[in-house]
Design a protein around this ligand. Sequence first.
Ligand code: AMP
Length: 508
Amino acid sequence: MNTTASANLFSRLFDNLDDPSRLAIEMLDGTRISYADLIARAGQMANVLVSRGVKPGDRVAAQTEKSVPALVLYLATVRAGAVYLPLNTAYTLNELEYFIGDAEPSLVVCDPSKAEGIGAIAAKSKARVETLGADGKGSLTDAAASADAAFTTVARANDDLAAILYTSGTTGRSKGAMLTHDNLASNSLSLVDYWRFTKDDVLIHALPIYHTHGLFVASNVTLFARASMIFLPKLDPELIIKLMARSTVLMGVPTFYTRLLQSPNLTKETTKHMRLFISGSAPLLADTHREWSARTGFAILERYGMTETNMNTSNPYDGDRVPGAVGLPLPGVSVRVTDPETGKEIARDSIGMIEVKGPNVFKGYWRMPEKTKAEFRDDGFFITGDLGKIDDKGYVHILGRGKDLVISGGFNVYPKEIESEIDAMPGVIESAVIGVPHADFGEGVTAVVVCNKGADVTEAGVLQALDGRLAKFKMPKRVFVVDELPRNAMGKVQKNILRDTYAKIYAK
Ligand code: AMP
């Protein structure tokens, strides 16, 4: 494998800039960062990293709030040939101990308030610690301010690591997904084309940057397109609606769209400057899709990806954006649905395991060769763990994580099928169906339902409405009406929490 500076993601991002003075990032306080600024800052920070002993291939772990310097740290790490390892800002010291112990970074960057606790953990792995706060201040930026901006981008091979992102690990320990320079560059470039990004685009960036969605999909795609982004610390629906007047694209998790729909200010008028609304990271309810179209005239473009694979499928830019479907395989990506046991491809429209192959697919799990081997087929397809089907038009549909499949009385019950029935009932906003240990059936199908305020939704009512629509073995044994479903920061319903909450309801 050739090692060249041009294979480095940083070079692929920024070499051949035609106009370095273009705006790259805008902050709410009026700060405007051009492409030239971004490159210069990345040079300064890369020099600091090297001076702190970071060598090519070393991991740089960062638990930092979203800020421009935090994004610069990512770019600088890649530029220095090191491996960026972002950590969810919600992780506790106990969790960080695992990540730092596992990844053995040579440098850990954290909020000044956490320097002491993290310092003690880092010391065990002989890692240095630098600080970077939400306001962009800290020992790292202090040092960078006086560092030289000139830095020669370190040569890398296409399949050298650029980043390690830990999976959320709702079952078992989190695994570090190793992403190469080419995984990231090829996927972003393909998305720029597919979603028709140009330098005139302005992205509303309100996602966290410790996750693949905000870091790679949102930031890399914008930068590859020479477009600009407005960096927001978090989701603020009214502010986002205001910004739509001078923006063109929003990328969000489904919660963004449900929250925005709650505002009466979301109208055809307030969205008319936009060209594209993209959703991913968790299933977008078909109802949300339809409501959004009715209110704004825009069909949300839903896409499907994961930490290990970057983006796999997307609804088309031109052509049908189908509610409830995640679209077609991206160019160069192969998607197939197989029998989970045998790995044999199954017929169109049959439900099975989604497997993917392509330049987007990661290199393996960090220091877990066995786990990596177990999740790849011999012909190179990665077993995503998502159950789904491909319809006769080639659109992929996701029916949930394999681990969320409910097996009741020996029969497979796909939660999505029951959730869709319940979601369509009057007064219901959304639902989650889980399997809970049951003495007779192994697992008892259990529905947890959220309804509109004041709606008359009851357990008996839901069961009655389902009766006759679902085979008996799919019928929920219990239905619970709750105020909201537990979600993580990426808008995913945390079914593991629901399973724990209702663990004992069928105990004898
Ligand atoms: P993460 O690695 O945190 O990005 O999570 C990846 C998982 O999120 C996938 O394996 C899917 O289960 C889920 N996911 C991502 N996008 C979608 C989508 N558009 N619809 C349904 N599930 C999705």
